[in-house]
Design a protein around this ligand. Sequence first.
Ligand code: AMP
Length: 604
Amino acid sequence: MTAGTERPIRRPVIPKGPATYRMPPNLADYEGVRKSFRWDEARRALSGLPGSRGLNIAYEAVDRHAAGSRAGREALRFIRADGSTRSLSYAELALQTGRFAAVLRDLGVGRGDRVFSLLGRSPELYVAVLGTFKNASVFCPLFSAFGPEPVRQRLHLGAGRVLVTTRALYRKKVAPIRDTLPDLRFILLADADGNPEPDTLDLAALLAQAPPDQDIVATQPEDMALLHFTSGTTGTPKGATHVHEAVVAHYATGLYALDLHPEDIYWCTADPGWVTGTSYGIIAPLVHGVTVVVDEEELDVDRWYRILAEQHVTIWYTAPTALRMLMKAGAERAAGHDLSALRFIASVGEPLNPEAVVWGQDVLGLPVHDNWWQTETGGIMIANFASMPIRPGSMGRPLPGIEAALVARDGQGKPLIENGAATLVTEPDVMGELALRPGWPSMFRGYLNEEERYRRCFAGGWYLTGDLAKRDDDGYFWFVGRGDDVIKSSGHLIGPFEVESCLMEHRSVAEAGVIGIPDPVAGEVVKAFVELRPGHEPSEELRLEIIGFARKRLGAAIAPRLVDFTTNLPKTRSGKILRRLLKARELGLPEGDLSTLEQAGPRP
Ligand code: AMP
């Protein structure tokens, strides 16, 4: 990843401006809290289900507020395309999510059954996620920009029983593949308007008939709550499973890494189809009882500045791609917007360019605090905290309760494990594989139906993240790059194998190699190199046909933006495509330059 390998600006940025100091940070004494922190104490800040019936994310996020003094407080504030808003209070959200749970129950959908969504940021999505938890079912969000093939594959792998979607998305992406999904029993249309498609149900009508089901089904901390698909280098997407106990980490990280205070107005720009959109777009802020702003539209520079100003957003959690788009649009676009309510800005998902940290300070009045985590960790693991100077280019320091280390690698790029113990990098500024000591509550509990793939993520007592990083003398971590071939484009993780497999279904393609190449805004864009079958000749027309084919099946967010024809895809002796070599060639680097990364053992 180029952005991560740029020379970082090492000068610390100390937040200035009155807004920063309006609120004492929750983590004022980092060292002290790290020493005394215990996860079971964090757990005590939550309520647990009444009557000692266990722990349920929806109860912590909604019902315990609805039962108390925050009942009337705005929980979700949706901003429609025209800028008008509609809100749900905690009490209303408790009612709606109870009804959704009752709808599931009446359909015979029960404990552990999978409820999927293919939705934009609409109220139905939020109601469905939390209502699913209340019914002890398992929620799996899908990115609404996926094409039919990624949707089919994930519904199939996750044995989706229910899908909540819209009429347009159903017609375009689900109807054509529905026959191949026998487990998918119920399709609930959020916008059926009294007239559902054949073999689908009208969600609004079902909700209207459902009794508000106040009793949340008993759930234990280890019961599965969420399924998030993520991409690896090889094979099918991996379904990372998360349990109700994750809410303890969402609470603690919301407190420390996002500095959430009860009166905050919070905006997370992540799409709820990905893990950030659920962990920090829904769960963490609601657990803290704050007001969550939800923009129903996609990124638009002027709209975003308007939202920050007019909604008086105090905490903003966004992503490097979005910040780069704002930077590109020019500082003058921010002028005239009163951003004085903002008191904390954080970013996640990709390397945050040091320039973006400084730009935040200059243009928004606050620097951007980078933090790091991944689908498998379920919650923020490493962060620049409100109470500390930021090191631009660094991901920050581990959260209380999180032990992070760098595992040295052997000559083959594999983690160095001797006699069952990992050899750790102890010197500053030396690269190793970022590793975390297992045991935090939001850690994934497995890859669905892939025990062996899950097991291979652990060695010598550590969870290996697949990312390469360094640590400086003061304990700040610096992202170096991925240890594998997975692509990050506009913050979305893309498995090259999934793209290659799709390309090879085109009649002209014999073989394909897919890599990410640097892009100033998206971080990386997907580029494919294809070898043609005999009888097919490269042409501009064929290139466009292949791109169109991939876009239709995979969706624009995953399909390659660029396709090159080649006759010599680099391969290992066993015939595996050497994507790293392809990348070195593409970037005009001596092939040895990527050798360290290339040697990295394949991530499952
Ligand atoms: P995902 O599982 O889709 O959330 O993607 C997780 C991956 O995104 C990580 O393993 C990193 O490779 C990358 N990532 C997340 N946050 C950061 C960050 N702050 N800096 C650099 N890379 C990041």
